[in-house]
Design a protein around this ligand. Sequence first.
Ligand code: ZN
Length: 81
Amino acid sequence: MTDPCEEALHELYHFLDGELTDERRTLITSHLDGCTTCLGAFDFETELRHVVAERCRDSVPEELRLRIAALIEHERFEASE
Ligand SMILES: [Zn+2]
């Protein structure tokens, strides 16, 4: 049995390196779209934003991009306290 969250976290490194196929990338983005636990655990704001902006411009739903942007702002706010 594989924890889908664990798998998503593992795949994300390849995702960030641009090593995943379109199919795998879709799996990761769809997981992130539905799993705020994973989305909140990703501690590489710059890379994530870079990937979203540069590599997944066409494959990441606008709604997810906005959600990631909101999450980044939220974490920034918490970190500054
Ligand atoms: Zn997850």
